[in-house]
Write a protein that binds this ligand. Structure first.
Ligand SMILES: [Zn+2]
Length: 297
């Protein structure tokens, strides 16, 4: 006889998935993760294996392991000592999961789902403030970005040019068809420097969110062979002007990111904007007024 409900014959299936005394634990887990019906061990396994950031996957694993452990403990306590209330069991599972999450260095994704799940368990979300910095007098700052979508990997790139008064100078977006995301990042920089040269810019600050592209400038690492010559021409131009390059996290590179993504709608091979595109207003003003964006890591 089940020692928790004293109504049904005891079996693994009943104890862990059907007993009225443990169902609130699974309902609680389902409520936090907004999905999944746990009616057998396969359901638990597919829940643990489901997509998510490394930190949320760890939290899922922890919450399932502690729930199973706690149900077994509830059963043993009911047999040999006092009953454990299910509300108390849930608190213990929550505390232990919090401990696992906070002692891990795994990363979370920048979305509300991860934020809500981690917040619920009291796991630190470590927000990192990211702010777009404007250039000094006489300098032009160029932000570039590549974007990739779907399979086969369709890519596009975009870039925005701004002056020291944070004013809009120009922008472009280009659809690159089937390529890799890294190629898109490099094309964004090549197009940007070619346009800078056409504009006769002599004080250029280039900024992008790809550490590999930055390394191609600072550590002179190899670039994909397909644009070797154009890359060398760009380096030649950079060597003749006052030039600096910096890395920024995606959250600060919102204008270039938006421009790159615009081209998935228009699909033009290259489009230069003389005026600020209407769909870029929000991102442009976020940067213009130096509003902080947050990266959760
Ligand atoms: Zn039972």
């Amino acid at each position: 006889m089940c020692t928790l409900c004293e109504k049904h014959e005891e079996s693994i299936q009943h104890l862990f998935f059907e007993c009225a005394n443990v169902l609130p634990i699974w309902s609680w887990v389902q409520h936090i993760f907004l999905t999944y019906d746990f009616s057998n061990k396969e359901d638990l396994l597919s829940f643990i294996k489901s997509d998510g950031s490394p930190l949320v996957k760890l939290v899922k694993l922890a919450v399932i392991i502690f729930s199973i452990w706690m149900i077994w403990r509830m059963r043993n306590y009911a047999c040999f000592q006092d009953k454990i209330e299910v509300s108390r069991a849930i608190l213990v599972i929550k505390d232990l999961t919090c401990l696992v999450g906070n002692s891990s260095k795994a990363s979370m994704k920048n979305n509300m789902f991860d934020f809500n799940v981690l917040k619920f368990f009291g796991i630190n979300t470590r927000p990192l403030p990211v702010r777009w910095e404007f250039p000094s007098l006489g300098w032009v700052k160029i932000n570039t970005d590549g974007a990739a979508r779907a399979y086969p990997c369709l890519v596009a790139c975009g870039s925005i040019f701004r002056g020291s008064m944070r004013e809009f100078i120009g922008a472009f977006s280009a659809f690159l068809d089937v390529q890799t995301a890294l190629v898109a990042e490099f094309y964004a920089v090549i197009y940007a420097l070619e346009e800078a040269q056409k504009l006769g810019l002599t004080n250029v600050w280039l900024e992008c969110d790809s550490a590999l592209v930055c390394a191609a400038f600072t550590a002179r690492t190899n670039v994909p062979w397909m644009f070797h010559n154009r890359w060398n021409t760009c380096l030649n131009y950079c060597g003749k002007i006052r030039f600096r390059v910096s890395h920024i996290f995606r959250e600060g590179n919102v204008c270039a990111d938006k421009l790159a993504n615009l081209e998935f709608i228009h699909r033009e091979s290259f489009h230069w904007y003389n005026g600020l595109p209407f769909s870029l207003f929000l991102e442009f003003f976020i940067n213009r007024y130096s509003l902080l964006m947050y990266r959760f890591c």
